[in-house]
Design a protein around this ligand. Structure first.
Ligand code: SME
Length: 153
């Protein structure tokens, strides 16, 4: 099954209408996203909890590492640069953090609140090589903007 971004954004909008608690929003998103696509083997948030520090948030899949400094990993790169990280081969990404040895590709997106501040990153791992596309990046950016753009910094 492959995700339909036009459809899932409507579902997520309905499920999260009026909600402004970040953890509740994250938990709802990872549930809906993870079960919408067979490519998604780990789906989760890492939250900005302090200067240059990410800590795990709601996720679906096997256990993830608890803390990631901005200096490390694909998640740290997304938080540090503010850019989407679309990684076709995690073994070719310097400093990739392997929470599961089965992971082959990954997409990590910065999550911004209504003030434009980065409050978290969304990390999706796949056991398939080069699993993610520009269309995934575009769809996920739109979902994150819809859901977290309502939050006040
Ligand atoms: N692969 C990520 C770490 C998070 S685990 O994959 C859930 C990274 O390199 O930042």
């Amino acid at each position: 099954m492959t995700i339909d971004y036009d459809s899932i954004i409507k579902t997520i909008a309905a499920l999260t209408e009026g909600e402004t608690d970040a953890v509740a929003l994250m938990a709802t998103l990872v549930c809906e996203l993870h079960h919408a696509d067979d490519r998604f083997d780990w789906t989760g948030f890492y939250r900005v909890t302090g200067p240059e520090m990410l800590k795990i948030g709601p996720y679906q899949g096997g256990h993830g590492c608890l803390q990631i400094p901005f200096s490390r990993g694909v998640c740290g790169a997304a938080a540090r640069t503010g850019d989407v990280q679309l990684v076709d081969d995690v073994d070719a990404f310097p400093g990739h953090i392997a929470c599961a040895s089965s992971t082959r590709s990954e997409i990590v997106l910065p999550v911004r609140d209504g003030s434009g501040d980065i409050i978290a990153v969304l990390d999706i791992d796949s056991d398939r090589p080069a699993a993610f596309t520009g269309a995934d990046a575009q769809g996920l950016v739109e979902i994150l903007r819809l859901v977290f753009g309502r939050l006040r910094g």
